[in-house]
Design a protein around this ligand. Sequence first.
Ligand code: AKB
Length: 313
Amino acid sequence: MTTKILIIGACGQIGTELTKKLRSIYGADNVIASDIRKLNIDVVNDGIFEVVNALDFNQIEHLVEQYNITDVYLMAALLSATAEKNPAFAWDLNMNSLFHVLNLAKAGKIKKIFWPSSIAVFGPTTPRYNTPQYTIMEPSTVYGISKQSGERWCEYYHTIYGVDIRSIRYPGLISWSTEPGGGTTDYAVDIYHKALEKGTFECFLSEETALPMMYMDDAIRATVEIMQAPTERIKIRSSYNLGGVSFTPKEVAQSIQKHIPDFTITYKPDFRQKIADSWPASIDDSCANQDWNWKHEFDLDSMTLEMLENLKR
Ligand code: AKB
């Protein structure tokens, strides 16, 4: 059976890169990109694109039937910082879009789902360093609460209805080609832009705030690898911890200074500091490594080099 993919939220930070990758693997005719608006010219022009509201079950069902979709990647979500400003909408979008897709799979209309979770499922009572796969989870943000609830529903739909759902807990993602979308880890993208444009950056987190991060290429590879893994290898149906690098704003600034010695950074923590303080500083991803051979490639300096070289171009 041909793999026919629907990406919901294809114009977002991850969706844009994922669409490009999936089109290159499965062919442009087999990947239907969709979003609430035509927000990214490449996503819209380089293949099939449909305008879809992730909250509209009928629209999604119609597309699934029209294109004989087998796999859905549900990338639409409100991230941590934006969600705190609009909790009711964040809950609605993050939960109900998931239910729509889970219910389509339960009804046998799609075969496989990818749904992104986040390090935001952890909270202030979670062990902060090398955070294990199974541990205390008391998220204190709207986004984290929605992702943790989502994980429970994913596991439930797998156990009770046999839905083939696969998920990873993304750390902060860093990419040169797409803008971040309202998260607490966004500074780690903006800092590279400002280093090149202005030679200085004001950070909304304090200098010693360590957070788990990952270069986008690694994150996209993880997404493709978990979806391509044989079903029996996917032992966790809530969501897998995914480790990349872990660094503080001060450390990323030092990494940039190796290429731009005059670069300066100042710190002015805002409401996002509290969110960052409730999250892990580093992640233990040994379950993903054991089950489907996950291994990240980029460290801080190799990521910095890629970011600066590509942004300069
Ligand atoms: C955010 O900062 O909200 C996201 C995330 C860690 O899920 N990047």
